[in-house]
Design a protein around this ligand. Structure first.
Ligand SMILES: CC(=O)N[C@H]1[C@@H](OP(=O)(O)OP(=O)(O)OC[C@H]2O[C@@H](n3ccc(=O)[nH]c3=O)[C@H](O)[C@@H]2O)O[C@H](CO)[C@@H](O)[C@@H]1O
Ligand SMILES: C=C(OP(=O)(O)O)C(=O)O
Length: 417
């Protein structure tokens, strides 16, 4: 197994280019199969989740050509084959095949999803949405069989604000008869990105990015070309790493508006931030104030940046409280950070973090963003080499990580056990 090795203590300096958003890409790829003709996606991130999705589409009979940051998906020969096991279990976003296949064929059999399992992640709101559209759902040995004679538009109120349920319902409802409204919808930028693709394919979706989305079903969808939005979580991770190493980094190809909650929090700590049209410069400072952070749904502070932020909060002068109101138990990185000398106490859905020096250790990434937090911690440590196992989780969300960090002056390499 590969490990990530970091000889830290060097301030990151230079420019890093951010690729397309993982959480958009792995929704846009299944969205493309609602089309009868080819869809081309640009600005695609090169990630293991994208590779797995490519295989899933090929297993269903689609033709996929992927070269660098571009992918052409021709779903004209695709069939709704049962996918109870295998690749569907390897990633969370395989649940989008439910909405996409249901919309295109009126039927889907898909195994329950995998992905980062930092806590139970139910999909009851997805199911509630499909049922409201007229689908019947049965559980067959751990796979959901979803079938509808005819999908009909409906008014759906989500009990919890869910990114996945909002997108999944949009996918199926695009091909339903009549109008669907999703109330209490999630507002994440990735939802707008999916709606933009679907509208370019001929769908009639209004209100994406607000809490009420209106979808007028259409009879057919067609091919188009679409460029994926920048990855705000990857961008945020580099911003936090720049601050933590007291570096000076331009994070390029970002939408600064998407970064507002993080930017404001970093400024509150004393980090200097300069926003440009499509880039953000982060200039670290010798000392930081402790702050309280609440991870919330968008436009609040992203839960996916909560663990990376924990590492930065070990670098302050006081005690910070970091609470996660999206995933109450997303703290698997904490024991690993404590191995590195962090002083953190988890109390309910909060981590109480006291500033303290860290030291190099052998640690294990147990999920994607836990991995990112360990990388940031390792980058700050002067003396010794931090060894991070579980690199496969980090590869789910950070393309060209070693190259990017090396270009910023970090001493980072991969090593086989
Ligand atoms: C592939 C993808 O885009 N993943 C992102 C997506 O995950 P995902 O879409 O799976 O997360 P959701 O927005 O659905 O989850 C938000 C909250 O709602 C709960 N919930 C969700 C659905 C449901 O049917 N029932 C239910 O109770 C979840 O347990 C969680 O507490 O949004 C999360 C929250 O921003 C991010 O951390 C993930 O990176
Ligand atoms: C939790 C994440 O991803 P997923 O939902 O795909 O597991 C993430 O990107 O931090």
């Amino acid at each position: 197994m590969e490990k990530l090795m970091i000889a830290g203590g060097r301030p990151l300096r230079g420019t890093v280019q951010i690729s397309g958003a993982k959480n958009s890409a792995i929704a846009l790829i299944p969205a493309a199969i609602l089309s009868e003709t080819a869809v081309t996606l640009d600005n695609l991130p090169v990630l293991s989740d994208v590779a797995i999705y490519t295989e899933l589409l090929q297993e269903l009979g689609a033709s996929v050509e992927w070269s660098k940051d571009q992918m052409m998906i021709d779903p004209s020969r695709l069939l709704s084959r049962p996918m109870p096991n295998g690749n569907v279990k390897k990633l969370r976003a395989s649940y989008y095949l439910m909405g996409a296949l249901l919309g295109r064929f009126g039927e889907a059999t898909i195994g329950l999803p995998g992905g980062c399992n930092f806590e139970p992640r139910p999909i009851d709101q997805h199911i509630k949405g499909f049922e409201a559209l007229g689908a019947r759902i049965t559980n067959e040995n751990g796979a959901l069989h979803i079938q509808a004679k005819e999908l009909r538009g409906a008014k759906i109120y989500l009990d919890v604000v869910s990114v996945g349920a909002t997108i999944n319902i949009m996918l199926a409802a695009s091909r339903a008869k009549g109008v669907t409204t999703i109330e209490n919808a999630a507002k994440e930028p990735e939802i707008i990105d999916v709606a933009t693709l679907l509208n370019s394919m001929g769908a009639k979706i209004k209100g994406a990015g607000t809490e009420t989305i209106r979808i007028e079903g259409v009879d057919a969808l067609h091919g188009c070309r679409h460029s994926i939005i920048p990855d705000r979580i990857q961008a945020g991770t580099y911003m936090i790493a720049a601050a933590a190493t007291r570096g000076d980094v331009i994070v390029d190809n970002v939408i600064p508006k998407h970064m507002e909650a993080l930017t404001a929090k970093l400024q509150e700590m004393g980090v200097h931030i300069y926003e440009m049209d499509e880039s953000i410069r982060v200039v670290g400072q010798p000392e930081y104030e402790s702050v309280d952070v609440k991870a919330l749904v968008y436009p609040g502070f992203a839960t996916d940046l909560q663990s990376p932020m924990s590492s930065l909060l070990t670098q302050t002068r006081g005690v910070s409280i970091l609470s996660d109101y999206v995933y109450s138990n997303r703290f698997k990185h904490v024991p690993e950070l404590m191995r590195m000398g962090a002083k953190i106490k988890v109390e309910g859905r909060s981590a109480v973090i006291e500033g303290s020096p860290l030291s190099a250790a052998k640690v294990k990434a147990t999920d994607l963003r836990a991995g990112a937090s360990l990388v940031i911690a390792g980058l700050t440590i002067e003396g010794g080499v931090t060894e991070i196992s579980g690199v496969e989780y980090i590869d789910r969300g950070y393309d060209h990580l070693v190259t990017n960090l090396s270009n910023l002056g970090a001493e980072v390499w991969r090593q086989n056990d």
